[in-house]
Design a protein around this ligand. Structure first.
Ligand SMILES: NC(=O)C1=CN([C@@H]2O[C@H](COP(=O)(O)OP(=O)(O)OC[C@H]3O[C@@H](n4cnc5c(N)ncnc54)[C@H](O)[C@@H]3O)[C@@H](O)[C@H]2O)C=CC1
Ligand code: BAL
Length: 502
């Protein structure tokens, strides 16, 4: 079961005019295998029509994948292969992504609705960057020697955990795939991964490239399916020793409970945000306006790190608001295959309805609707870029994650007031500060409760820099060398050098 899509024929404006063929079965032990017999429709968010259907996996398929992964771990991966060899394969996979970047970008755009120019310029190339980066780490994750005195020595080894489960969302399908498999494979683990049921296509296409790169069968296994079945089976599996999850806080809690009540597997969670972007009177206003818009409207607001609360100091508030609205009106919404489109559709009817519900609550609560607030166009799940002013924290749009193209502007007087308001949330993922005063920026940096603070920019996600949340935005860090810790067990080896008796 596979499907072929001809971009040249279906999208006159597509930069990529070729075809793609995606196998829509499950990928276990390096082979395409049948699922339960049931299928999941994959919907094009640009028009709401079915693109294709994929096979639905079950808990029994997760079992089969774990069997295959365990076998691979014991025979052809883990500590049976040199770290340098693991690194070589990851770098080969990065090269294959780059060689197929146009096709993968077009597929991501079709499945997710994100602008092709952004998929090509960021998502796909950054996924390759992440895999190359972790390929480089594979033979550099060293333990250490510890001096414990004469006649003895001690050292630590960083060993792989074994079979790891990974559950990813739909907002950055290829990127989240790379964030998950990169550090796991570099450190010698084997993977059972569930893509989002909304955006499975690039993960499935990646299976061909994983085979082509030369990874042994069973090292990466991909099980399509729904959260409460396949996702839950991964979280509660007794032979999966670690689970990494990205998605909603509600499901993150379920994953953690399942991990605790099964085999106490290690858990990392990358959850939501309501991130503050603090803009001081002394900033470069035009730059701040552009970065603030990029901070919220990138990926149609479907980013956990989106700068969705923009705090503007009172001296420039009116001018900022005027320039911000003018700039947002220039961001093109529409067909994601058009070269100059910035914002495409939301991922699904469910997300569209959720976001429109938030917008309605903002209107009902008396916030000033300054821009947008309605459907864009006549088909698909497009929403106009929406800006609310005069928002109070107590309003639902002032404190709940919206995960859509909706931003709230809030006025502040003093630095203290801005920091207090910015931290007045259970989230703590990202943040930003715009000021020309470096001391002020560093003061804010040290006091903001968030995993990332940008100074004079927004949304910088790169392989080298750790990413993750304080408070209820998550547990653990992805990216950078910090992610390697998620996938290794440290073993202390203590040696009696002279063999003396106790
Ligand atoms: N942190 C992030 O990057 C993301 C955050 N979200 C947040 O979540 C909200 C809802 O979006 P959803 O698609 O419903 O997110 P979700 O949390 O339901 O889905 C994320 C992943 O978890 C899986 N999943 C669902 N139920 C599960 C379960 N019981 N056990 C294990 N896995 C399960 C899904 O199949 C998907 O692969 C969004 O509005 C947004 O606020 C959503 C996607 C990504
Ligand atoms: N989930 C990782 C990147 C983001 O959504 O902002």
């Amino acid at each position: 079961m596979s499907f072929t899509y001809d971009f040249g024929q279906s999208h006159a404006n597509a930069a990529y005019k070729g075809k793609t063929t995606v196998n829509t079965k499950l990928f276990i032990n390096g082979e395409w295998v049948e699922g339960s017999g049931k299928t999941i429709d994959v919907i094009n968010p640009t028009n709401g029509k079915k693109i294709t259907e994929i096979q639905e996996g079950t808990a029994a398929d997760v079992d089969k994948a774990v069997d295959a992964a365990e076998k691979a771990y014991k025979t052809s991966w883990g500590e049976r292969v040199s770290p340098a060899e693991r690194g070589k394969l990851l770098i080969k996979l990065a090269e294959l992504i780059e060689a197929n970047a146009d096709e993968l970008s077009a597929l991501e755009t079709l499945d997710n609705g994100k602008a092709y120019s952004i998929a090509r310029g960021f998502d796909i190339m950054e996924a390759a960057h992440v895999l190359r980066y972790y390929g480089g780490w594979a033979d550099k994750d060293h333990g250490k020697n510890i001096n414990i005195g004469p006649g003895k020595m001690a050292f630590t080894r960083h060993e792989p955990i074994g079979v790891v489960g990974q559950i990813i969302p739909w907002n950055f399908p290829m990127l989240m795939f790379s964030w998950k498999i990169g550090p796991a494979l570099a450190t010698g683990n084997v993977v059972v991964l569930k893509p989002s049921e909304f955006t499975p296509l690039t993960a499935l296409r990646m299976c061909d490239l994983i085979k082509e790169a030369g990874f042994p069968p069973g090292v990466v296994n991909i099980i399509n399916g729904y959260g409460p079945t396949v996702g839950a089976a991964i979280s509660e599996h007794p032979r999966i020793r670690k689970v990494a999850f990205t998605g909603s806080g509600a499901v993150g809690r379920q994953v953690m409970k399942a991990a605790a009540s099964s085999n106490l597997k290690a858990v990392t969670l990358e959850l939501g945000g309501k991130s503050p972007n603090i803009i001081f009177d002394d900033c470069d206003l035009d730059n701040a306006v552009k970065w603030a818009a990029f901070g919220i409207f990138l990926n149609h607001g479907q980013a956990c790190c989106a700068g969705s609360r923009v705090f503007v100091q009172e001296g420039i508030y009116d001018e900022f608001q005027k320039k911000f609205l003018e700039h947002v009106k220039t961001l093109k919404v529409g067909d994601p295959f058009e070269a100059d489109t910035f914002q495409g559709p939301q991922i699904s009817q469910i997300q569209y309805d959720r976001i429109m519900g938030h917008i309605q609550s903002g209107k009902d609560d008396g916030a000033d609707l300054l821009l947008g607030g309605e459907r864009f166009g006549h088909e698909g799940y497009f929403i106009q870029p929406t800006v609310f002013g005069s928002v109070k924290k107590e309003m639902k749009i002032g404190h709940e994650e919206i995960f859509g193209p909706v931003v709230v502007l809030l006025k502040f007087k003093t630095t203290e007031e801005a920091i207090e308001a910015a931290n007045d949330t259970e989230y703590g993922l990202a943040s930003a500060v715009f000021t020309k005063d470096i001391s002020k920026a560093l003061n804010v940096a040290s006091r903001i409760e968030a995993g990332t603070l940008h100074v004079k920019r927004y949304n910088f996600l790169t392989a080298e820099v750790a990413f993750g949340g304080h408070k209820q935005s998550g547990i653990g860090r992805e990216l950078g060398d910090e992610a390697l810790k998620n996938y290794t067990e440290s073993k202390s080896v203590i040696i009696n050098l002279d063999g003396s008796a106790p």
